[in-house]
Structures are given as C-alpha cells and as structure tokens.
Design a protein around this ligand. Structure first.
Ligand code: ZN
Length: 516
C-alpha cells in the first residue's frame, strides 16, 4: 500500500468528495461505478422507466423520426445499442408522429426495448430564436410519450460568448432546471444540462447548481462547435470545469459528441455518455469515420476496417451503390467503428491502460495532442480517481512523464523519510561507501529497494528516453532531498541531459557513471 493513499478505497472513484459549492444532496442511486482509470470509469446507469441498466461509457445513436437511416430495432439487434436519443420537440411538432407517440409510446413507435432519451428543442431554440412550447409543456410531453430520460429547455450558449450574456443565459437555464424539479415527471429521469460557454468558472458554478437539484443526468452542453473546430484542449477544459462542480456519482453526457476519434480522450476526462448524429450526418456526406479522423469515401482505395460493411465491400463497389444504399452502408460502418471504439475504451479501463490508449489516439491529430496535454495539466484531478495499482505502465512519449502516476509518486517521495546519513541514488550498481543505495529510474526518480518491483515503478520504458523523463526524475530527486534535510545525497547518473542535471538541488553530489 502506498503511504498517504486512503486505504478505504483502493479505487478512489468509489467515494464522493465534497466541493465547497455544493449543497448537500443524497448519493444518486441510479448510477453505480464499477471500475476506473484516470478520471475514466465504467458505470451502470439504471433507467427505471425502461426497466433497464445501461453500461457506460455508452453511445446514444440519434434517431431522427422522419429520417431513420438505420432502424432502432436494427441498432439493438446488430449493434447492441442499449440506449438511443431522439428529439422530443420534433415529435411534438410532427403531424405524422405526435399522436402516435402519445398513444403508442416511444418504445413501440421505435420498436426498441432499451432506454430512450429525448431532447427538448433547445437546439431549435438556439438556431431559430424561438420555439412554440414552454418548459413545463415539453417536459410533460416527453413524459407522456414514454421518454425514459427527458430534458428541460436550456439555453445552449456557444463557445466564446461574452461573459455577461453567458451569465444571463445561465440564469435562465438554471431557472428552467429548478422549474423542472417541480414538474410531475413520474419515473422519467431528467437531464440537467450544464452550460457556461468557454468560461471555466461559470461552467463549474453551473455544474454545482445542476448537481444541487434533484435532476439525474448531466449533459455538458454546447460543445459541438469546439469539437467541429478541433478545439480539443478547450473541450477538455470545459469538461474538467463541469466535473469540478459535480460529484463522482453524477453521470456526465458530452452532448453532441459522436466522433470516435475523441471517445478515449473524453472518457479519460470523465465523460460517460455520448450521442452520435455523426454516424448518419457524415454518411450522408460520403464521409467515413475512423479512430484517427474522417476520410472521404472518394479518396479511399482500401478500407482500414474489418466490420461487415468493409469486408463485404471495397470503396469502389460502395461508390457504385445507389445513393440511399451507400448512405446506409456508410452509416453502418460509422456505427461499427464507434461501438468498437467504446468497447476498446472499456477494455482499456478494465486493464488499467486507458492513458496508453489516449496517448495512441492523440497521435492521430495534432489537436488531439493538445487535448491530451490539457488533460494531463491537472494530474491532481486525474489522480483522485486513479487506481493505485494497475497491470503495467508503458512509457510511450514525453507526455507519459506527466501522467498522474508520476506526480503521485513524487508526492510520495516528499513524504518518505530515508534511513542513514549518506544515500546514493544510482543509475548503476550499489556502493558500500553509502549507508543505502536507491535506484534512479526516470521518469520517477529515486526508488527505494523495497519498492523496486511495485507499480508504477516497474514501467516499461524505451532505451532512448526523452529529456522530459530525466527532468521528471530530477523533480523526484528534489522532492526526496527537500523532505530529508539532514541526509547527504549523491546522484550517480548515466548520460543525463544538462537540463535535468541543472534541475537537481545544489546540495546533491553529482557523478557521471562511465562505460566500465
Ligand atoms: Zn468498417
């Protein structure tokens, strides 16, 4: 057991920790966490009205009632969809479907036995400036058509909105959430959307307010422009701000996020639900999704995928299909790759190597690298949830030096007291002139003999380490030296770069090992 790590929870995610903003609210019983890695988690969302439990991270395909690219029953039988989302406001205004939705209910209308979430028309409100329904009316309508998770009408404030306007729109959103609490929604769960544009403090406040209501699920709203603009660093900042205001038992929905390239990153930041209109919208445009980005069918000579669509077709035969058929097949591929990526993410959480997955995915696009680096900026937030012990730590690039396991170990070094008066921190062998010899292992720094076989100090590292690994090790040395002012330390290094040597405390003796 590592010193100073609370022993009541090897996985810190099991315990909620208090936030100064939060009113007291009981633990939300609908969401249970099963496993975690970084801030990412596998959970179970109980949806009482549907009588189902949805495993998260989960993908909600968006169903446009008027334009069903793939039938909901097919989503369930062929893709294993446990939950989907449709627009309650479109149904409300639809001559074709309104009455049927009211008399039959959504489950029958869609022939879907999983959970169905509905949106409220907030998007239409932001696009057209007004909608012809009140907050209470649309909530009751969602209840009456049998929605399992309904949504009040919030105000989706886009990124980069001026602070004053953001605040005033947030006030409206918050009053709509409070009003939703008093509407009789029966067993239907209710979303509490979190707005606040790109103002981190307002997002955090909005999240704390939403968490303080009796509502159930927490969509982080109006982030689509950030994702479409490849502004992943800001997306992570927005999510992190929202997470600060929420308890760990809050299911978080990254609203409008449907591109598989960012699932791993968003899950690692603590998102649990994603909705995809992208699978159908991109297909309509001839676009083919991958975990590294988006390709155009026109540009492809080979399919880098082995889903049923990609094994039965070549790009040439798919291009030759009739428009409707091609669109459906592309949509199917887009869904296959999205579900496969979520399974990959869940397996990575299980194995404790979500960071390795995020790091690999980040290499697909420079903006994803920025997103990953932003995620690592707050290692304290990640570390709070991170399991203390995992199977393996792969050091893959300079970014790995900033993973929470490294900063957690450095914190531990600052609490370690060292026996003896003279201690050698050595990249080579022991030396009997010292009371004790510890290994020197970048990016962690000094490793006492008793810990040399424990996670994460057993990390697999390339032989050709980057400068950042040595600099991180030097920070580890500093933490240990500062904690032990009466001990004399010597560092015996092997080809450390000058930047790392310069970062060592002045009172440490430094010697370089030679080839012999
Ligand atoms: Zn495919």
């Amino acid at each position: 057991m590592l010193d100073g790590v609370p022993t009541d929870s090897a996985i810190g995610i099991q315990s909620a920790y208090p936030s100064p903003h939060r009113r007291f609210v009981p633990m939300r019983e609908i969401f249970e966490l099963r496993d975690g890695d970084g801030a990412g988690r596998i959970g179970e969302l109980t949806v009482p009205r549907a009588g189902v439990t949805v495993e998260t991270p989960a993908l909600l395909p968006v169903i446009n009632p008027h334009l069903r690219t793939i039938e909901p029953a097919t989503l369930e039988s062929e893709f294993g969809a446990e939950i989907l989302i449709t627009n309650g406001y479109i149904l409300y205004g639809s001559d074709q479907f309104r009455d049927r939705a009211l008399s039959e209910g959504l489950a029958e209308l869609f022939d879907f036995t999983g959970a169905i979430m509905t949106d409220s028309g907030s998007f239409q409100l932001s696009e057209y400036g007004e909608i012809s329904v009140t907050n209470a009316e649309i909530l009751r309508f969602q209840r009456d058509i049998g929605s399992d998770i309904g949504t009040p009408i919030d105000i989706p404030t886009p990124p980069d909105t001026a602070r004053e306007r953001t605040k005033s729109e947030l006030k409206t959103t918050q009053s709509r959430l409070e009003a939703a609490e008093s509407v009789d929604t029966g067993e239907m769960l209710v979303n509490a959307p979190i707005q606040g544009s790109t103002h981190a403090d307002l997002r955090e406040e909005a999240a704390a307010h939403a968490y303080g209501t009796s509502l159930d699920v927490f969509p982080v709203g109006a982030v689509v422009p950030l994702m479409n603009g490849y502004r992943y660093a800001e997306m992570i900042e927005v999510v992190r701000a929202a997470k600060r205001g929420l308890g760990t038992d809050a299911p978080v929905h990254l609203f409008g996020a449907g591109h598989p390239m960012m699932f791993a990153l968003a899950v690692a930041a603590g998102c649990d639900l994603f909705d995809s209109a992208a699978y159908a919208l991109y297909a309509r445009d001839g676009r083919y999704l991958t975990v590294a980005g988006t390709d155009h069918l026109e540009d492809l000579d080979y399919f880098p995928c082995s889903c049923p669509v990609c094994t039965e077709h070549t790009p040439t035969t798919l291009r030759e299909c009739a428009d409707d058929r091609r669109e459906e097949l592309l949509a199917r591929h887009n869904l296959h790759v999205s579900y496969r990526e979520l399974r990959t993410v869940k397996q990575a959480i299980r194995e404790g190597n979500l960071f390795e997955l995020v790091e690999r995915r980040a290499r697909g696009h420079p903006a994803m690298v920025d997103g990953y680096r932003t995620l690592l900026d707050d290692s304290a937030a990640l570390e709070r949830h991170d399991p203390v012990s995992k199977a393996a730590f792969f050091y893959l690039s300079a970014d790995s030096a900033r993973r929470p396991e490294v900063s957690r170990y450095h914190d531990r070094l600052s609490r370690l007291s060292v026996p003896g008066e003279r201690v050698l921190l050595s990249a080579g062998g022991d030396n009997s002139r010292f009371d004790e010899t510890w290994r020197l292992r970048p990016p962690f720094g000094p490793v006492p003999p008793a810990l040399s076989d424990s996670y994460p100090l057993t990390a697999e590292r390339p032989d050709r380490l980057d400068r950042e690994a040595y600099e991180a090790a030097a920070r580890g040395v500093s933490r240990l030296v500062e904690a032990n002012p009466d001990v004399q330390f010597a560092v015996a290094h092997w080809r450390w770069p000058d930047a790392a040597l310069d970062a060592l405390p002045k009172r440490v003796d430094v010697l370089e090992l030679s080839e012999e």
